[in-house]
Design a protein around this ligand. Structure first.
Ligand SMILES: O=C1O[C@H](COP(=O)(O)O)[C@@H](O)[C@H](O)[C@H]1O
Length: 232
């Protein structure tokens, strides 16, 4: 397990530093491969980061933004991760970026996962940057403790790229990238804020079952160090 810590005094300081680092990685990807892929999480934590990223002066026309996971709700819903990205990231300088979402209004979650996997498969991998969040139950992406597809989603040998997930703590059906897609990324960030999440991560870094605290699956199988960005 290789983890590199980056601590900040405030959410704003973190957003400035992390957005600059992500922008540099995306620029490197564009220079090396002609384009770059950024996968981001949803929830509440990344809003300030997305706002700061949208101001970064890079060639966003060469960037594809996708989601680490999605709540299976319409993009009009306040809970939609796609809506979050459109509202806070894909604007200003970043308006030129392409977006590949996971949701599909015409399908149920099971078949939407297959359609989303085809879209993810069309992107260049490994992704340049993956930004993960984490819940206080130790979930990351939609790898929820007790999730009906958790074993398959965190299987490092899984051939699936996107899976549906039902879990008590999830609220609604989910779609999630699988562990191999996340673990192979060139730059993996775990963005958490507040003392409670720091304490949860400290517990996850101790010995234990990956299914109990699924963030462990990423910490155990990431092919590069996981960069933890934390602010109080
Ligand atoms: O449901 C989700 O939760 C996690 C953490 O969200 P936060 O609100 O505690 O920041 C997030 O990483 C994930 O993408 C999202 O779908």
């Amino acid at each position: 397990m290789a983890v590199e810590w980056h601590d900040f005094a405030s959410s704003r300081d973190l957003a400035e530093a992390l957005s600059a680092q992500i922008a540099a990685c995306l620029t490197d990807g564009i220079k090396a491969n002609g384009q770059a892929v950024l996968a981001v999480s949803g929830g509440t934590t990344p809003i300030a980061l997305f706002e700061a990223l949208s101001q970064q002066d890079i060639d966003w026309s060469g960037v594809t933004v996708t989601l680490v996971d999605e709540r299976f709700v319409s993009p009009e819903s306040e809970r939609s991760n796609e809506r979050l990205v459109h509202t806070h990231l894909l604007k200003d300088n970043a308006a030129q970026a392409k977006f590949v979402g996971l949701y599909n209004p015409a399908l149920v979650a099971e078949t939407a996962a297959i359609a989303a996997a085809n879209r993810i498969d069309a992107l260049s991998r490994p992704f340049d940057v993956v930004v993960l969040g984490m819940g206080t139950d130790g979930h990351t992406a939609s790898f929820f403790p007790g999730g009906d597809r958790l074993d398959q989603a965190i299987d490092p040998e899984s051939k699936a790229l996107v899976l549906p997930m039902l879990a008590e703590g999830a609220g609604e059906p989910r779609l999630t990238l699988t562990l191999p897609v996340i673990a192979e990324a060139r730059f993996i960030v775990l963005h958490i804020e507040g003392a409670a999440k720091r304490e949860v991560l400290a517990r996850a870094m101790q010995e234990g079952e990956e299914t109990e605290m699924p963030i462990r699956a990423v910490l155990n199988h990431a092919q590069t160090p996981v960069h933890v960005f934390w602010a109080n």
